[in-house]
Write a protein that binds this ligand. Structure first.
Ligand SMILES: Cc1ncc(COP(=O)(O)O)c(C=O)c1O
Length: 368
């Protein structure tokens, strides 16, 4: 059997046609019809009022913090259990990451720990909706209100996830998506900043386009802030436009994949994260938990020997050299020790899924 990758984007004929169209018409940089088409289709799907494309998800997060005017020494609460970009973006603007632990069962930011760490210096909370799951957003919104802080939703892994029927990204002040090759829809590299606040998105557009003064379009080469070149190309947007149009099919298949693993993996030894009430999960990557780090390592090795690619869950960021902290974030460490991400891409075939489940289940047969 051929190797099974962790992820592989689904590329159809429409994507190929759209890219050819960009090449034929020579609209290959960040101007061209597909940018607006993609942004408008994204707005329709997420129901977030203002959306603007970016070069990747990390740039999108950086732009969120620039738009909120996060500055030197502003404290930003962020979980240590997340992807590195959710934390690096704080440093890009000179802010101070204040790490919090996560809930083990949901893998998401711990609201209890936020309450312990929040202070007058806190300017914002970054909430990454990891693996498509979410925390109890109703509780988080109460905290946001009580302490009057900004909420940035890192939706890089959450396209297609809804909480109480609203797409994630609608709850905070501003949010960022990623369209890396392994994401639910992909543009190769790419991202999107979205907000229901048009002033924030205006600032994002200003910053992403070299600080060009967008209100005075006639005055060329006039820049009113120090900006960045964080624009998406028309080629990337043409792929994104094709993908977002058939996202419901992609999500259906991902739900099927999750349910297949859930039904077929031995539930005595393999656990799944829990979902908060009100969440409709996109199941970006299927995460499972074993009872010990040792078992996790053995099963991971066996899968690799069988040419099945996996990923560990994130290493807590406070353990990395640039962010080293002595605190003991016990759940974050356990999440990394016990968790494993399984192949979850839409083209996975049933026989491949069966093979993965069989290899995992076979390991536990000896415990009977
Ligand atoms: C939670 C999270 N935040 C941010 C990012 C950054 O996105 P990108 O890789 O597009 O820069 C990613 C994706 O890789 C992610 O998983």
């Amino acid at each position: 059997m051929k190797p099974i990758p962790l992820y592989s984007p689904k590329i159809g004929n429409v994507e190929k046609r759209n890219v050819t169209n960009c090449l034929n018409e020579k609209w290959i940089s960040s101007k061209g019809k597909f940018i607006k088409l993609f942004e408008n289709e994204f707005k329709k799907f997420t129901n977030i009022r203002h959306c603007t494309t970016t070069v990747n998800g990390t740039a999108a997060l950086h732009l969120c913090l620039l738009a909120l005017d996060i500055k030197e020494n502003d404290e930003i609460i962020v979980p240590t259990f997340t992807y590195i970009a959710s934390v690096n973006c704080i440093k890009y603007v000179g802010g101070k990451p204040v790490f919090v632990d996560s809930d083990f069962s949901t893998m998401q930011i711990s609201i209890n720990d936020i309450e312990k760490k929040i202070s007058k210096k806190t300017k914002a909370i970054i909430v990454p909706h990891l693996y498509g799951y979410s925390c109890d957003l109703s509780k988080l919104l109460k905290l946001k209100k009580k302490y009057n802080v900004y909420l940035v939703e890192d939706c890089a892994e959450a396209l297609g996830s809804f909480y109480k029927k609203k797409h994630l990204g609608n709850f905070g002040d501003i949010c960022a998506f990623s369209f890396f090759g392994s994401k639910t829809i992909s543009t190769g590299e790419g991202g999107m900043v979205c907000s229901n606040n048009k002033f924030l998105i205006r600032k994002v557009i200003n910053f992403k386009g070299q600080g060009l003064n967008v209100t005075n379009k006639k005055k060329y080469y006039w820049h009113n802030v120090i900006g960045y070149n964080y624009r998406m190309t028309n080629i990337c947007a043409s792929i994104g436009y094709a993908q977002i149009k058939r996202i419901s099919k992609i999500l259906k298949k991902k739900k099927f994949i999750f349910n297949f693993y859930k039904k077929n993996l031995n539930s005595k030894y393999v656990k799944f994260p829990s979902e908060v009430i009100g969440l409709n999960n996109c199941y970006w990557l299927v995460v499972i938990f074993f009872q010990s780090k040792k078992i996790n390592q053995i099963i991971n090795k066996t899968l690799y020997k069988n040419k099945i690619e996996t990923r560990p869950t994130f290493y807590p960021i406070h353990t990395m050299p640039m962010y080293k902290k002595k605190n003991n974030f016990k759940n974050a460490i356990q999440l990394n020790n016990l968790g494993l991400c399984l192949p979850s891409y839409p083209d996975l075939e049933n026989k491949q899924l069966k093979k993965i489940c069989k290899i995992i289940n076979d390991y536990f047969k000896k415990f009977k």
